[in-house]
Ligand binder design. Structure first.
Ligand SMILES: [Ca+2]
Ligand SMILES: [Ca+2]
Length: 297
């Protein structure tokens, strides 16, 4: 298919010099024509068509919003080596106004050991949005007050680790030199409190281990280290801070079926207690039926 596509592009350029093509942009100018043969496809982040197309191939008009996101999970981040235990998060894009900040897209992705991931959102057009991160045992965190501008056709960058202002309500905790998302909301009710502590305490008493929601520091052992993080954040009355009128719960966008290439196996189901209020998604392609059992690592 690549040979066919290359042939089409080269032929197009030779025959119709008005056609411009690059990695993320394909433009057919007025008066120009492109034949896409059966079985071939032309895809780009941005396709501008002022000319005409022939043939029965596929045109992927998949203009997407690309976002390089950086976020660190407090319990999973070790400032001594500036590394984080990688884990899955849900990332939501919501309009910045008006309330209730309509959800336009979401992705389930894996933050790497530096807290980075690059995501393609296919349902987001250029505008101002809130970026919301939800992790299996951390406090749901919204991006800075007033929203952030996201563009199409260029890489957008949003870094929650830079300053406290990067989160709505300054709801980040400094660890070393990086700002992190608060850990410890084991039961996902939006607050770190005695209920979370109790859940951790129970699992620690039962020597539960593995990929479980009570493992707040990501070492797959439930013990006093996890309790200490929750105890500290419960003492600080850590809770979700989001714009007025925001909904209590966020659900996955129903139209989203795209998978990010950085995702890992989500079938890791070694823990005994990992159904505890996990993010439940309903990926239409049927590949992620086990998401509710384990979000990956
Ligand atoms: Ca909680
Ligand atoms: Ca642990």
């Amino acid at each position: 298919m690549k040979k066919v596509l290359l042939h089409i592009i080269i032929t197009s350029i030779l025959i119709t010099p008005a056609v411009l093509q690059s990695q993320s942009r394909y433009e057919v100018q007025s008066g120009a024509g492109v034949e896409v043969q059966s079985g071939a496809d032309i895809c780009a982040d941005s396709i501008i068509s002022n000319g005409f197309w022939t043939g029965t191939g596929t045109i992927c008009s998949g203009a997407s919003m690309r976002l390089k996101l950086s976020a660190l999970i407090e319990g999973f981040y070790n400032p001594g080596i500036n590394k984080m235990i990688r884990d899955t998060v849900m990332v939501y894009v919501r309009v910045s106004t008006p309330a209730p900040y309509t959800l336009v897209d979401s992705q389930k992705v894996v933050l790497d050991s530096l807290g980075n991931v690059t995501i393609n959102f296919s349902n987001v057009s250029a505008g101002s949005y809130y970026i919301v991160i939800k992790h299996r045992n951390s406090i749901e965190t919204w991006s800075k007050s007033g929203g952030t501008t996201l563009a199409i056709g260029s890489l957008n960058i949003y870094d929650f680790t830079l300053t406290q202002l990067q989160a709505y309500g300054n709801n980040l905790v400094l660890k070393g030199t990086k700002y992190c998302i608060y850990s410890g909301d084991v039961n996902h009710d939006g607050v770190v409190d005695g209920t979370d502590l109790s859940n951790i305490d129970n699992d620690a008493s039962n020597f539960i281990s593995g990929y479980v929601v009570t493992d707040v520091n990501g070492d797959q052992v439930i013990d006093g280290s996890d309790l200490a993080i929750d105890d500290n954040n419960a003492s600080g009355f850590v809770s979700v801070i989001k714009p007025p009128g925001a909904p209590d719960n966020i659900t996955k966008h129903p139209n989203n079926t795209r998978k990010n290439t950085s995702e890992t196996n989500h079938n890791n189901d070694r823990g005994k207690n990992n159904n505890n209020d996990r993010e439940k998604t309903n990926n239409n392609n049927g590949k992620d039926k086990n998401v509710e059992k384990g979000e990956g690592k």
